[in-house]
Design a protein around this ligand. Structure first.
Ligand SMILES: Nc1ncnc2c1ncn2[C@@H]1O[C@H](COP(=O)(O)OP(=O)(O)OP(=O)(O)O)[C@@H](O)[C@H]1O
Ligand SMILES: [Mg+2]
Length: 462
């Protein structure tokens, strides 16, 4: 398993997230530690438990964004859940163990995808062979078809050739195969027998209705019980190649091998991001929703601590799963979490609130910056949008100003500012196709300063 070094991880995160170096560093170290643990001897490996992280910071400074980017970076099973989604066992809502079930599901899909890739070439060859059979002219009744070796590594055996007819057919086959591989026959129509995967409507009724706790997928179960049906469909050779390949791939995927691999992955490299953890902290008051909040914390506790969760793929141990929690902790503090849970998150990192310079960088630097997003959107209408450097600086200043004077919502304020700034252009873009529009500092001031002078209005609009 190849993994990024801490520095590489931070570098990758830097492409999307401005500042917050401390948090990036801690997350990167935690990731690398899992890789290091994998390299230890059996005995020591069991001893090393993950150092769970809790990220604390005001709203809109990049907590969730770090998790989102991280998930795309690692090829480890990763789930992100809002802690507020969970309820104590017995209340309406999701029970905490379901997040481990989700994680296992993610791992299964991950491993499945990887195994699929390794089977791709073989499946392609098998599909081509089936296609070839369909394309060859039918032989006289009773006669056996000659198979040419397609892929000796796949266990295809070279048949002995006998009669002249068989020799002739083998030659036709070879010729057809060449054409098929070159894609010359892609437009020809063939009659293909495909598996009918459509489920009777009645069966859908049973599923997804409170069956979650059982961890059983009824639809899958029923699907296996029903006999495999097939139906004939007319399609082009090009399409048939895809359909048959898909069928072959499905056949080659051996769940008996995939599942243990996926469970192993979940247990040793799984990462759970628990967002909005502050929402389940309570200040020790009694009654009301707080009762259930504390209950949720108690339910999460064993999972973070290490327990065995029953999933439909089998039991999964959570001892070595890495937990990263995040919360704004506006109304509550980390110390409002029950002590046992606090203790399970030994690494704390505070994300700083963002300032004018950060906003300017957030607008400029990330690959997917807001500015680039709007440029691309308007480009679809044929409008070329540009921002001068001064305009961007001005937007950052106004963003900071509004955040100070009203609520501080961090970088999210940029969204409202951009939207308001470009409202008219967005409205008329279709009529301005072919134009190049340059937004300069004056434009920004004109559009936004009028608001800045009316504090009341500003509160609602930006
Ligand atoms: N440091 C940053 N660099 C780049 N973009 C950022 C940064 N911080 C926030 N953003 C942008 O702001 C938006 C909100 O950020 P994010 O979702 O990470 O907030 P959060 O810290 O999770 O806040 P909350 O506590 O409200 O959930 C995202 O769309 C992200 O693009
Ligand atoms: Mg968030």
């Amino acid at each position: 398993m190849e993994e990024l070094t801490p520095k590489q991880t931070v570098e990758e995160l830097d492409k999307y997230i401005i500042g917050q170096d401390e948090a990036k560093k801690k997350v990167a170290i935690a990731l690398r530690n899992r890789w290091r643990r994998q390299r230890l001897g059996d005995e020591m490996r069991e001893e090393v438990t993950p150092k769970n992280i809790i990220m604390i910071g005001p709203t809109g400074v990049g907590k969730t964004e770090i998790a989102r980017r991280l998930s795309r970076l690692v090829d480890a099973p990763f789930v992100k859940v809002e802690a507020s989604k969970f309820t104590e066992v017995g209340y309406v809502g999701r029970d905490c163990e379901s997040l481990i079930r989700d994680l296992t599901e993610v791992a299964v899909n991950l491993v499945r995808g990887e195994v699929r890739k390794t089977c791709e070439a073989k499946a392609h060859k098998r599909a081509e062979r089936r296609l070839l059979d369909l394309l060859l002219p039918p032989r006289p009744a009773g006669a056996q078809r000659v198979f040419r070796p397609m892929d000796p590594s796949a266990g295809d055996e070279a048949p002995a050739r006998h009669s002249p007819e068989e020799e002739a057919e083998a030659r036709t086959r070879e010729m057809l195969q060449k054409k098929l591989e070159a894609g010359d026959l892609d437009d020809r129509e063939v009659d293909v027998e495909v598996r009918d995967t459509g489920q009777p409507a009645m069966m859908q009724m049973f599923t997804n209705t409170g069956m979650e706790e059982m961890g059983i997928n009824l639809q899958e179960m029923m699907g296996k019980m029903m006999p495999q049906r097939s139906k004939r469909r007319k399609m082009s050779v090009g399409e048939a190649r895809k359909v048959l390949k898909e069928e072959e791939l499905e056949e080659m995927l051996d769940m008996d091998k995939i599942v243990p691999m996926a469970i192993e992955r979940t247990e040793n490299t799984g990462i759970v991001f628990l967002d909005e953890i502050d929402k389940i902290a309570s200040k020790g008051s009694q009654g009301g929703p707080d009762v259930s909040r504390e209950g949720v914390q108690r339910d999460i506790l064993p999972i973070v601590e290490g327990c065995t969760v029953a999933t439909k793929y089998g039991p999964v141990r959570t001892d070595h799963i890495l937990f990263i929690a995040a919360g704004a902790f506006h109304m509550t503090k980390v110390s409002d979490l029950i002590p046992e849970l606090q203790g399970r998150f030994p690494i704390r990192v505070e994300l700083s609130s963002l300032g004018t310079e950060d906003f300017a960088r957030i607008l400029r630097e990330p690959k997917n910056s807001l500015i680039r997003q709007y440029q691309c959107l308007l480009e679809t209408e044929g409008v070329h949008l540009e921002f001068t450097d001064e305009a961007i600086d001005e937007m950052a200043v106004i963003c900071q100003q509004v955040n100070e004077e009203t609520e501080n919502i961090g970088a999210r304020r940029l969204h409202t500012i951009m939207e308001y700034l470009l409202e008219d252009i967005s409205y008329e873009a279709n009529e301005r196709a072919g134009e190049k529009i340059v937004i300069d500092a004056d434009h920004v001031r004109e559009r936004l300063s009028s608001l800045a002078e009316k504090p009341d209005l500003k509160k609602y609009v930006l």
